[in-house]
Design a protein around this ligand. Structure first.
Ligand code: IDP
Length: 157
């Protein structure tokens, strides 16, 4: 079962929450076969925004990014499954919705780089998924359970 238990951090950004896209986005990950192990609607404060986006602190768009991500609630989630981090990134599309293929979340719901609906841990940044889960969730907010449909999702479950 161990190769089915990779966890990744995902959040619907303030634009996605305000536009009523939480349900559709959650559905996509459910339908893919991933397992939801944590979720909460929350307000990001300045400190958390700086911790989360610290790698961009010297970029010209940093102040605008912090302002946007703290401008309203986000829906933070942890999803688990085989190759979850990379698979979620594929479902999200490119950073810029304008470059994202139809069928991806950003390609279906966005047009503007600064309002790109969703965040998911970078699969090319080793350990980013675990770091971001730790930043946003306490261990007791993550639920350990078996998903009954796993035997249909995975050949070897
Ligand atoms: P990612 O969200 O696809 O991982 P990153 O390069 O980590 O992309 O950038 C983080 C976020 O910063 C993006 O999702 C986007 O909202 C914002 N961002 C990135 N580049 C720009 C830019 O050039 N202008 C405005 N916002 C940007």
């Amino acid at each position: 079962m161990s190769h089915h238990d990779e966890r990744t951090f995902v959040m619907v950004k303030p634009d996605g929450v305000q536009r009523g896209l939480i349900g559709d986005i959650v559905s996509r990950f459910e339908q893919r076969g991933l397992k939801l192990v944590g979720a909460k609607l929350m307000q990001i404060d300045e400190e958390l925004a700086h911790d989360h986006y610290g790698e961009h602190k010297d970029k010209p768009f940093f102040d605008g990014l912090v302002e946007f991500i703290t401008s309203g609630p986000v829906f933070a989630m942890v999803w688990e499954g085989a190759d979850a981090t990379r698979q979620v990134r594929g479902m999200m599309g490119e950073t810029d919705p304008a470059d994202s293929a139809p069928g991806t979340i950003r390609g279906d719901f966005g047009l503007d780089l600064g309002h790109n609906v969703i965040h998911g841990s970078d699969h090319e940044d080793e350990g980013a998924n675990e770091r971001e889960i730790d930043l946003f969730f306490d261990e007791d907010e993550l639920v350990d359970y078996d998903l009954s449909n796993a035997v249909w999702v995975y050949e070897d479950a």
